[in-house]
Write a protein that binds this ligand. Structure first.
Ligand SMILES: [Zn+2]
Length: 296
């Protein structure tokens, strides 16, 4: 395990306990999330060290990286994913000129496959070998690299019009270094689009330590609008807007029900998800939020 002694957001060194959560999908171990006393940024601390974090991704039920369709949750996840892919494509087209697109943490390459069909020139980075193989062999995404270093070596002269991270930034070990790298690789005026869970949402407040999107220790950071904007602006970006991901509240509520009670109460999960979206309308606190930034 590694303990961060400085806040990744403001560099402060004084933290207080925020919540303790169990890893329900892989290790069944408990991890602490702390809150920075200066800026209120929430992060998992201590966290597994870089050479051990891979062990916490070894699970068949970690479905964002696999394509198996077992059980109602997985089926629903896939159906919704196909619908939301189209929304993501519309969003990048709204904020960026067509050209080079990098999907950082591209998983099995579903989004890149859809974007390529709409004439984007697509690139991916994906550390998981299984997901990367699927992206390359099944989705025929030829330029998928395991890490930034390999991408850099292969993409020396490539600049991107758009970089996307769909539920990925919360997993990134080197948060500030990675954001700075995006800044060097984006065109001026290019878009950086980041989707993450939001612990301020109604579903998070309802399920508390059972909220599935804490997903410790894989989720290293737990963003709200304030800390997201602070962290990304620090790397030289300008905040443009945020948008809801309205399906996530249902999916996350279903998983959270399962963690809390041992089984999925679909009715209860549905109404928590619905209530989360209805309450969020007054504020911005949807279960998951997409943040749009531009490189000036
Ligand atoms: Zn801080």
């Amino acid at each position: 395990m590694t303990s961060l002694s400085n806040c990744p957001c403001c560099n402060g060194s004084s933290f207080e306990p925020f919540i303790s959560c169990k890893d329900y999908t892989v290790s069944q171990e408990t991890f602490q999330i702390v809150s920075c006393k200066s800026c209120s940024f929430k992060f998992t601390n201590p966290r597994p060290s870089e050479d051990k974090i891979g062990d916490f991704y070894k699970s068949e039920s970690y479905i964002s990286h696999s394509n198996t369709s077992k059980g109602l949750i997985s089926k629903l996840y896939k159906a919704v994913r196909n619908y939301t892919l189209k929304g993501k494509l519309n969003l990048i087209s709204k904020h960026s000129k067509k050209g080079n697109l990098l999907d950082y943490g591209c998983g099995t390459g579903m989004f890149l496959s859809v974007a390529r069909g709409s004439t984007w020139n697509v690139f991916g980075i994906e550390p998981d070998p299984g997901a990367r193989d699927f992206a390359m062999n099944e989705n025929k995404i030829t330029r998928v690299y395991p890490d930034v270093k390999t991408a850099l070596a292969n993409l020396k002269d490539v600049e991107f019009n758009c970089i996307t991270l769909w539920h990925v930034l919360e997993h990134v070990m080197d948060l500030n270094e990675t954001l700075s790298w995006f800044n060097t690789k984006l065109n001026s005026g290019g878009a950086l689009i980041i989707a993450v869970p939001n612990y301020m949402s109604y579903d998070a407040q309802t399920y508390k330590e059972f909220w599935a999107a804490y997903d410790v220790p894989r989720h290293l950071y737990h963003f709200d609008e304030k800390t997201m904007v602070e962290v990304v602006q620090k790397a030289g970006f300008k905040y443009v807007e945020s948008l809801p991901m309205k399906f996530d509240s249902y999916y996350v509520s279903m998983l959270s029900e399962k963690y809390k009670t041992g089984k999925v109460n679909y009715v209860s999960a549905f109404f928590t998800g619905l209530r989360s979206n209805l309450r969020a309308k007054q504020g911005k606190d949807y279960s998951s939020v997409i943040y749009v930034f531009k490189k000036p």
